[in-house]
Ligand binder design. Structure first.
Ligand code: NAD
Length: 257
């Protein structure tokens, strides 16, 4: 089964690193050309840039577009870059940041930054992509929310706010554009091993990791490939009657704790 996305083109924001990188590679392995749209070309975790790996390791084509998701024109340019490959079919609004704050004493900077990237970025990315999709054959939009978009966590008020917004934005867009053939779904990862959880909010590789894993029925951290498998399903025709849905990828954590 290696042709789930043959003749398709995807734009993946934040595709240089982590989950976005795994999604880009998984799509390319299934025949999908990929526009990697990111503020940086080199993966945060190190290694060969995603688009170069796709070009050398798969039969798909790929390009990198420097893109800041807080800037609408930048997203329009990323979606425009998909024209080279036949036009956008799949939009993955994956770029995001994770940080905590002390709610009572924090200035507004954490809230502003998180909302700008995690919410405005998905809003702009969806608009740039869907405006092309409704003029064509429709498409699939996959938004990265989080288990933090399902449950509140007191150390991460802004982050939870942003990911809850992504969840409801997903449902609203699914309602608005379903009649135009656009499916819109959300993925809610749990603890996934990326630079976000090794460096930004260090859990993986710290003393807290073991206790965290005790809360996960499958007793392991998630890998970016676990997220990519769901992103692949949601983008493909296997999910052609799935829209306005949240898929949780957390080893069973949020439904059991
Ligand atoms: P990551 O830090 O490894 O990768 C994020 C990528 O987004 C980087 O390449 C970064 O350069 C890019 N990016 C950041 N700001 C950007 C901007 N303004 N414009 C364009 N690109 C930008 O993080 P990750 O863990 O791969 O996270 C990807 C998504 O998954 C995020 O939305 C995150 O909230 C979500 N998520 C991650 C986890 C986890 O445990 N890692 C859990 C739940 C949800």
């Amino acid at each position: 089964m290696r042709d789930l996305l043959v003749d398709k083109t995807a734009v993946v924001t934040g595709g240089a690193s982590g989950n976005g990188r795994a999604i880009s590679l998984a799509y390319a392995e299934q025949g999908c050309d990929v526009v990697v749209a990111d503020i940086r070309e080199d993966p945060r975790e190190g290694g060969t840039p995603t688009h170069e790996r796709i070009e050398s390791e798969t039969d798909a084509a790929a390009t990198f577009v420097e893109c800041d998701v807080t800037d609408y024109d930048s997203l329009v340019a990323a979606v425009g870059a998909a024209e080279e490959f036949g036009g956008i079919d799949v939009m993955v609004n994956n770029a995001g940041i994770f940080q905590g704050e002390e709610f009572l004493s924090d200035d507004d900077s954490t809230f502003d930054r998180i909302m700008d990237i995690n919410v405005r970025g998905v809003y702009y990315g969806s608009r740039a992509a869907i405006s092309e999709m409704v003029d064509g054959d429709g498409g699939s939009v996959v938004n990265l929310s989080s288990v933090a978009g399902l449950r509140g966590s007191g150390d991460f008020v802004s982050y939870c706010t942003s990911k809850g917004a992504v969840r409801l934005m997903t449902y609203a867009l699914a309602d608005r554009f379903g009649p135009d053939g656009v499916r819109v779904n959300a993925i809610h990862p749990g603890l996934i091993e990326t630079t976000m959880t090794t460096e930004d909010v260090p859990i993986v590789g710290t003393e807290a990791e073991e206790a965290f894993q005790e809360t996960i029925p499958l007793r392991r951290n998630g890998q970016p490939e676990d997220v990519a498998d769901i992103a692949l399903f949601l983008a493909s025709d296997l999910a052609d009657y799935v829209s306005g849905e949240s898929v949780v990828v957390d080893g069973g954590m949020s439904s059991t704790q």
